[in-house]
Design a protein around this ligand. Structure first.
Ligand code: AQP
Length: 338
């Protein structure tokens, strides 16, 4: 059986979104919106697995509205594509419980993000952080979504979603009931790295604000961060081969390529042999030119939080209509009397 194509993706409302979230995810969502039906959620239930989102209700609500504003300002059209927060669609949690019984401990033990986020003191991490990828599988499959645009860091979680879908289909004798969702990892910057360390991904929770460009940074902050970005003493390379062992140069060139919508090869050719100082000026100008309209629109939207709440509620109603009907089927397959 072929499943009707449907895109589902989401971002966590923790701290502030950054250039990695934009280039690795949001920019691709906007493109996909023209190709397939989509649903985009603000994953507030995932956010309470992080310190930044737990025990801070006002901050969580603020960040939820900010992420919704970023989606709209980045080009998602809420009239066409439902935008909603996970907390308004209880079927995510309902399916996650069933999937907790499908997923195996050994599968979750292999998740590298849990290892990175729980650090040395695994026993002090919340159970929610551990089962985060199970909730993510439910987020996708409660809509029977077929395509999930994500950055490379989420690839392993997507594989787990496929394993859960497959095992449910096998164990309950319902071949093809759930689709095996496909990760869509596209663009020239599927893994944007920290500006301070080319070996670490740009992240909302990095202690150093200089490691990332936030979607709320103004032109001065962007220019300052790019100026201070770590580089190496060599001039810019003239081929991809020469980028080997130069992660910071590769990262900055990839960011330029993604923002300019051109290939990495074309970007390398454009700056070959130049010093970093001139390239950094060009990168700052391009980043500001691309992000400023988004930042300005986000500010305008955030000035009217009631309107954002209305968009989230309306999106949740549309999403719920699908989720309720999938859950009705799931409950019957599992044997729950409804
Ligand atoms: N550095 C990145 N490069 C490319 N894509 C990225 N994404 C995140 N960081 C990068 C993609 O953005 C989407 C939303 O991510 P999330 O909000 O669910 O959070 P995350 O993946 O845990 O990444 P963050 O923003 O860095 O947060 P923390 O600090 O909590 O780890 C996803 O599609 C992700 O792939």
């Amino acid at each position: 059986m072929t499943h009707t194509p449907l895109v589902l993706s989401g971002m966590q409302p923790t701290n502030t979104l950054h250039l990695g979230n934009y280039l690795g995810a949001l920019k691709n969502w906007v493109r996909m919106q023209a190709e397939m039906p989509c649903l985009f959620c603000v994953v507030d239930m995932h956010a309470i697995t992080a310190e930044a989102g737990y025990g801070k209700p006002d901050e969580l609500a603020r960040a939820t509205r900010e992420v919704a504003a970023a989606y709209i300002a980045g080009g998602v059209d809420p009239e066409r594509t439902p935008i909603f927060n996970q907390g308004q669609v209880p079927e995510h949690a309902e399916l996650a419980w069933i999937f907790n019984c499908v997923a195996r401990l050994g599968w979750l033990d292999r998740m590298t993000q849990f290892k990175e986020k729980s650090g040395k003191h695994k026993e002090r991490a919340s159970v929610g952080l551990y089962t985060y990828p199970v909730l993510m599988a439910a987020d996708i499959l409660v809509y029977k979504a077929t395509h999930v645009p994500v950055g490379e860091d989420q690839k392993q979680h997507l594989e787990l979603s496929r394993d859960i879908a497959q095992k449910f289909n096998n164990d309950f004798g319902v071949p093809d009931f759930f689709p095996l969702p496909e990760p869509v990892i596209t663009g020239h910057a599927t893994r944007v790295m920290s500006l301070r360390d080319g070996a670490k991904k740009m992240s909302k929770t990095d202690e150093s604000d200089n490691s990332r460009i936030n979607l709320t940074d103004d032109a001065e902050a962007i220019a300052g961060k790019i100026k201070r970005a770590k580089t190496d003493p060599l001039p810019l390379p003239s081929s991809k081969d020469e980028l080997k062992g130069r992660p910071e140069a590769e990262n900055l060139l990839s960011i330029y390529a993604a923002l300019a919508d051109q290939t990495l090869d074309a970007t390398i050719a454009q700056f070959a042999g130049q010093q970093f100082s001139g390239f950094k000026t060009a990168l700052s100008e391009l980043t500001v030119a691309k992000l400023e309209p988004i930042t300005t629109e986000m500010r305008r939207l955030l000035a009217d939080p009631a309107e954002i709440d209305r968009i989230l509620k309306s999106g949740a109603q549309k999403a719920r209509a699908i989720a309720i009907s999938v859950m009705d089927e799931v409950k019957k397959k599992v044997g729950f009397i409804t």
